[in-house]
Design a protein. Structure first.
Length: 314
């Protein structure tokens, strides 16, 4: 049995990972205190859906040999989520140290190097932000959901996707195999879709929204897939729905999606879709939302169902 250990870091591109050999996998499993797992409650249900570092993921890869071992586990600074159960974060003590001791062996499929100093800064930011995010989530989310699902008669985006956060968040497989690009376009592929992958024009430069001649940006890849760049005015199109693309320079990209009530939502990588920005506030405009390190606002884009195709490497 082999385990894949990933640093849950990116929203769009695949996370850096390492596949442990049998001996290292067994050693890691022995350190997990499975006896402390308990049923999830309303208080422990959501792990922080934030941009940047969100914890460490451990999952079985290849042929699943042991049915008694979890298929996928998410370890955050607050909790460990294993097979729809939850435990305190110390279920697996020293996990971050375990991962960082092997940081040079992690594979990063596109050759970018956001590790070392940058990664440690993201971790520190997350430890600082996640308690406030969780507190706001628990206080305002129930009322926010009511507003999100309510069909506003005036100034609403009638062609936007139906509010369906549960469709992306309930099943752990669907949640983990679909990223911000899938959610933004409202198109489930279960392949972690990448801009330009389906059209053989995949991005190769995340240095900025606009890249040097000869390179391909995330925006260019999305246009090749069939998305349409529109003026930056946060206005719902008469056909299809509105999305927004932002970039963390030299690191990653991220998508937001405008709903029928005019509010925005988004999904960070394999994390749950959420209505909140990185400060735990509702999103009325992605240009002014707290986007953490995703400082470059690229463009609004129009998504017309049936007029685009997306796919990914998984």
């Amino acid at each position: 049995m082999k385990l894949k250990v990933s640093i849950d870091l990116f929203s769009g591109r695949p996370n850096p990972f390492v596949v442990l050999d049998d001996a290292a996998s067994k050693s890691l499993l022995k350190r997990i205190n499975f006896g402390r797992l308990k049923k999830q409650t309303e208080k422990t249900m959501p792990f922080p859906s934030m941009l940047g570092y969100r914890g460490i993921i451990i999952e079985q890869v290849g042929k699943r040999i042991s049915g008694s071992v979890f298929r996928r586990a998410q370890f955050t600074p607050d909790y460990a989520y294993i097979d729809n159960k939850v435990a305190d974060s110390d279920t697996l003590p020293g996990l971050e140290s375990f991962a960082f001791d092997r940081i040079k062996t992690f594979k990063d499929e596109r050759g970018f190097k956001p590790f070392d100093v940058g990664l440690k800064k993201k971790i520190n930011d997350f430890w600082d932000r996640s308690p406030r995010w969780r507190d706001k989530h628990l206080r305002i989310y129930p009322d926010l959901l009511i507003d999100f699902y309510y069909k506003i008669r005036f100034k609403s985006c009638y062609c936007a996707p139906v509010a369906d956060l549960a469709a992306w968040n309930t099943d752990p497989y669907i949640q983990s195999q679909n990223n911000c690009y899938n959610y933004g376009t409202n198109y489930r592929t279960d392949t972690y879709a990448q801009p330009g992958y389906a059209s053989a024009f995949e991005y190769n430069d995340l240095s900025a929204c606009s890249v040097p001649s000869g390179n391909i940006s995330a925006r260019m890849g999305a246009v090749a897939d069939g998305l349409i760049a529109v003026k930056n005015n946060n206005t719902c199109p008469t056909v299809g729905h509105l999305v927004a693309l932002v970039v963390e320079p030299d690191s990653d990209y991220h998508w937001y999606r405008k709903g029928r009530n005019g509010k925005w939502s988004h999904k960070m990588g394999g994390s749950p879709a959420t209505l909140l920005d990185d400060s735990g506030d509702p999103i009325s405009d992605p240009r002014t939302a707290d986007r953490s390190g995703y400082t470059d606002f690229c463009t609004f884009m129009q998504v017309i169902h049936g007029h685009f195709k997306i796919d990914g490497p998984y």
